[in-house]
Design a binder for this molecule. Structure first.
Ligand code: PLP
Length: 379
């Protein structure tokens, strides 16, 4: 097995080697627990109650005996929250994307995908037999040009995009995309992993677009909602179809009921506390003030994902390691998660942060800035 050594050596040489860091004694500034709901006492209480009643697992897939009233109640709560007719749960966001995308299109169809879409979307597209066209990030002129020339060659067309892009934090223009879908008779698949409960209820809510039956809304339960798992929301017929066709739903064990109960409580908390998302914006602004004062090369798009650009992979790793020494966990994101030469520290805003945490972060960044030039804005 010498090839494994060679592959690992190559990754190390290119500064692309990955290792897991135990989150012990460190302040976490890169999790997706944007609203701090993961450790919310009411969420934990609800989840533990159901955990004691149902045990730690669900025992089977949804289509065998793994579908409980807790799954059904969460689906109803999610379709209500997203203002979409119906919803179905998945084991994770990755499973939803790799299961649903290939079930929607086949040979003779086309998938149109933003170049910065999440890896699970890319893999979902790879599993489908449809043709694909990858358009430049947020470049809807290019998308339209392709459709105007080629739409007639295909039966079905599916446009796929993250709503909030996971590594950049910018937002797809769903208004523009729904217009394009209507003009060229396309379906629209939106991945709301990072948009659910961070920019209102999600992208349709953010842009004030009512639900349309060609829209397929995917989201995760593991980010702002603090739990684990994922969902697809759409028309009644679409969900019925997905339950019958998506292999990652049919052939995979369903979520533990206790997780469903906890996430349902988390959604209720978001619904009852409209101020939570506003408070998140306040934390984001405080973070951007810190980064501005330190002249860091960051981007902010009104979402909790605020990347600090370093560009060079080796430099990003060095900065991450220096921050670890200061007790800060801020992971360096490198290829293939982002393009080569676009390495960054993916900082996220969270309601978990106290004023003291922000001060601690600022001081640590200041200290590391003294040692690592790569952290400073170059342009
Ligand atoms: C945009 C996007 N889609 C899908 C996923 C996958 O979700 P999960 O972590 O539930 O598998 C992620 C998360 O990491 C993501 O950022």
């Amino acid at each position: 097995m010498r090839w494994i050594d060679e592959e690992l050596e190559k990754l190390k040489r290119e500064n692309l080697y990955r290792e897991r860091i135990v989150l012990e004694g460190l302040r976490d500034f890169c999790s997706n627990d944007y609203l701090g709901l993961r450790r919310n006492p009411e969420v934990i209480e609800e989840s533990v109650k159901v955990l004691r009643e149902t045990g730690i697992g669900s025992g089977a897939s949804q289509l065998v005996s793994g579908y409980t009233k807790y799954h059904r109640e969460l689906e109803e709560k999610l379709s209500d929250f997203k203002r979409v007719p119906r919803c179905v749960l998945f084991g994770s966001g990755f499973l939803a994307n790799v299961g649903v995308i290939p079930s929607l299109v086949e040979k003779g169809d086309i998938i149109l995908s933003d170049e910065l879409n999440h890896a699970s979307i890319i893999d979902g597209i790879r599993l489908s037999k449809a043709d694909k066209y990858v358009f430049k990030h947020l470049n809807y002129e290019e998308l339209e040009e392709f459709l105007s020339k080629n739409r007639g060659k295909y039966k079905k067309a599916l446009i796929v995009t993250d709503t909030v892009f996971s590594m950049d934090g910018d937002i797809a223009n769903l208004k523009r995309l729904t217009e394009i879908c209507e003009r060229y008779d396309c379906m629209l698949y939106i991945d709301e992993a990072h948009a659910t409960a961070t920019i209102g209820r999600g992208g349709l809510d953010y842009f004030g677009i009512p639900f349309k039956d060609y829209v397929i809304v995917m989201g995760t339960l593991s980010k702002a909602l603090g739990g684990y798992g994922a969902f697809i929301c759409g028309s009644e017929k679409l969900i019925e179809y997905i339950i019958n066709k998506a292999r990652s739903l049919i052939f995979s064990t369903s979520l533990p009921p206790s997780v469903c109960a906890g996430v349902k409580k988390a959604i209720e908390i978001v619904e009852e506390n409209q101020s939570l998302i506003k408070e998140l914006r306040t934390i984001e602004k405080k973070l951007t003030e810190i980064f501005k004062s330190l002249n860091l090369d960051f981007r902010y798009h009104g979402t909790p994902i605020i990347p600090i650009f370093v560009y060079d992979e080796g430099e990003a790793l060095k900065i991450r390691n220096e921050l670890l020494k200061e007790g800060i966990f801020l992971q360096a994101i490198r290829y293939p998660t982002v393009p080569k030469g676009k390495a960054r520290l993916r900082l996220t805003a969270s309601l978990n942060y106290t004023e003291q945490d922000l001060k601690f972060l600022k001081e640590a960044l200041e200290k590391v800035l003294g040692k690592e030039e790569g952290l400073r804005r170059t342009s």
